[in-house]
Design a protein around this ligand. Structure first.
Ligand SMILES: [Zn+2]
Ligand SMILES: [Zn+2]
Ligand SMILES: [Zn+2]
Length: 252
């Protein structure tokens, strides 16, 4: 878990609330992202504005692919920081996303995709569209899982016995059917109060219980939730994720 925080991060700029000023390191939440490591490969889900700090903190020394859930700023703005991996690995890094997500990334980072003569180093990436069908990344199957993020449909991903469902306010029935038999479910639980584009603690408890996931970890958390107190109120198989959390899951 590279980042368990909401779009503005925790602490939040200018805020003096109990969570933003907490001394519990689990209340320090960078923007939302996870790293999936297997067979010497590192597959990143989303490049947050904190990606550089996250990579340094987690001692990430290689990057083999990036999967994008959607193109909101808190999920893409660290893309430029893949460059050190290009220098080290001397090759392109594939990035995967829905066509509309890749189109937004092209608009956000036009210099990466222009064929103009370059005077500086730019990210060396190779865009690969995903269409809802499962795809393989270095031998592991990733199943896109459409979820509703307000009115927008974005992707979560299932891999083996785990699934990562960041920003969502609703999960269509067809997608729920792709989420049976999970050992580990990471899911958005922004806060207690309802939000038009995000899941809440109560809604995500219901989702985890409906799916029968053995363990669930909440992420994309705002400063309304202090780690210790919020976790003490949860069922025992549901925990708050925190930056630096490492979980081992079976590839299925
Ligand atoms: Zn987000
Ligand atoms: Zn605060
Ligand atoms: Zn979003």
């Amino acid at each position: 878990m590279l980042g368990s925080g909401t779009s503005v991060g925790v602490p939040t700029i200018g805020c003096h609330c109990a969570v933003c000023t907490s001394s519990d390191p689990r209340d320090n939440r960078l923007r939302p992202s996870i790293l999936v490591s297997y067979d010497g490969r590192n597959v990143l889900i989303d490049t947050t504005p904190d990606f550089r700090s996250q990579a340094l903190r987690a001692h990430i020394e290689r990057l083999d692919a990036v999967l994008f859930t959607h193109a909101h700023a808190d999920h893409i703005m660290g893309l430029d920081d893949v460059r050190p991996f290009n220098f080290r690995q001397k090759g392109n890094i594939p990035i995967y996303g829905a066509p509309e997500t890749l189109a937004s990334i092209r608009r956000s980072f036009p210099y990466i995709f222009e064929n103009a003569q370059r005077e500086t180093n730019i990210p060396q990436i190779e865009a690969r569209e995903i269409d809802g069908q499962a795809f393989h990344v270095f031998g592991v199957e990733f199943q896109p899982v459409p979820v509703l993020h307000g009115r927008q449909t974005i992707y979560g991903f299932r891999f083996g016995e785990a699934a990562y469902l960041t920003d969502h306010s609703d999960i269509p029935e067809q997608s729920m059917q792709r989420l049976g038999g999970l050992d580990v479910l990471f899911l958005d639980a922004l806060r207690y109060k309802p939000h038009p584009t995000h899941s809440t603690v109560d809604l995500s408890i219901r989702t985890a219980q409906t799916l029968g996931a053995r363990r669930a970890f909440f992420t994309h958390i705002c400063h309304d939730l202090g780690h210790e107190r919020a976790e003490s109120l949860l069922p025992s198989n549901i925990r708050l994720a925190y930056d630096g959390l490492e979980i081992t899951v079976r590839a299925e």
